[in-house]
Design a protein around this ligand. Structure first.
Ligand code: F6R
Length: 365
């Protein structure tokens, strides 16, 4: 049941500290405080290319993983939505690994993309939340998310646990490929162990998100989400979450793309949610923030203390998140955009757990 929560989605959002912790404990040895994946049927050091495929929110987890694998393991990565990959039938290189990401493990396009990758002799690794699912059965190896059943149609805890599994994989790959030194690995591992309690801190700011949702987002017809670098996939996920449950038109953009089109949309009526931890690319997203402000856009800032100090006074509203290692920040910011979408949908009175036209598991094309 929903316990004392009004919707499954809210319950599942609040389960995240626990299930991220459970997932972490599965792939991280608390004794040695290091990543320990189950034996895999390939050697990371010999992988020529990773091809990641998925649909919807799981696809955004794949986009996130691309940044992590490239940075930590210096591994070439392609990410593609499964419905495109399966019909384009691109050549996949010898020695390649294909990662399929799926909460249900039954998404028909993802399954078909996996089968296509097999014809290209890729080793198939899947990240699923249902270990007995079709995608899991057809994979050479499975790294399950330990999220428990997800009932709300909008994916929340499945997404953040996917992120956690993918990050531990990128760390393991970086170690095997000798692109991640042990000091960095230790720092990252320590950062990952802190995530469940930091997600709790985000959840404790619940009221701030509710106020932004009711005061700004629920009144809008269109909302833009901006992010750069590691925050770009979170901007896309934030926009998807908002549109699917509140029916407000929302788009996620890479900050650098603003001046190539979407800036034409900006006026007082269009809130712009800026996902901007104070990381290496902060100055660049800060300049996108200024571009929007100069055109009268209504800015919602999601940032840490340093970012708030820099920009909050120019925002219509701001939420403050814990200051964390940039590599784990996307997990925390995911929770922020989930809360914004949830409270906006509640304010609009839509059916949060069962949005119109959507199914939890897409087993037909
Ligand atoms: C969005 C959402 C969908 C799913 C997508 C893939 O909140 O839930 O976009 O992420 O349908 O589903 P799975 O992960 O079951 O393959």
């Amino acid at each position: 049941g929903k316990g004392n929560h009004r919707h499954f989605m809210l319950k599942e959002i609040h389960e995240q500290p626990a299930v991220i912790g459970d997932t972490l404990h599965t792939y991280l040895s608390p004794a040695t405080r290091s990543v320990t994946l189950p034996a895999l049927p390939f050697d990371w050091a010999k992988v020529t290319r990773l091809t990641i495929t998925a649909c919807g929110t799981a696809y955004f987890a794949g986009m996130m993983a691309k940044y992590w694998f490239e940075k930590l393991a210096r591994l070439p990565v392609e990410v593609e939505v499964a419905s495109e990959l399966r019909y384009r039938e691109p050549p996949l290189p010898e020695g390649g690994v294909c990662i399929a990401i799926s909460q249900s493990g039954e998404t028909v396009d993802t399954l078909a993309a996996l089968r296509y990758a097999k014809t290209q002799h890729q080793t198939i690794l899947s990240v699923v939340n249902v270990p007995e699912s079709a995608i899991a059965r057809e994979s050479h190896a499975v790294l399950p998310t330990i999220a428990g059943p997800e009932i709300g149609v909008a994916s929340t805890k499945a997404f953040t646990t996917q992120l956690m599994v993918l990050l531990t994989m990128a760390v393991a790959a970086g170690r095997a490929r000798r692109t991640l030194c042990s000091a960095d690995e230790e720092r990252l591992t320590r950062a990952m162990i802190e995530v469940p309690s930091q997600v709790n801190e985000v959840l404790n700011m619940d009221l701030a998100y509710k106020n932004i949702a009711e005061g700004i987002l629920a009144k809008a017809r269109d909302v833009l989400y901006l992010g750069r670098g590691l925050s770009f996939p979170i901007a896309l996920e934030g926009a998807l979450k908002l549109k699917e449950i509140s029916y407000i038109h929302a788009e996620g953009y890479a900050g650098g793309e603003m001046k190539h089109g979407p800036i034409a949309l900006i006026d007082e009526a269009v809130p712009v949610v800026v996902v901007a931890p104070a990381d290496a690319i902060f100055d660049k997203i800060a300049s996108n923030f200024e571009q929007v402000r100069a055109r009268g856009g209504k800015l919602v800032l999601l940032s840490d203390e340093a970012g708030n100090d820099r920009l909050a006074h120019h925002a219509a509203a701001a939420a403050k998140l814990p200051t964390v290692d940039p590599m784990v920040a996307p997990i925390l910011y995911s929770v922020s955009v989930q809360l914004l979408a949830y409270y906006t949908a509640v304010a609009k009175g839509t059916d949060v757990d069962q949005p119109r036209n959507l199914a939890k598991s897409v087993t037909v094309e």
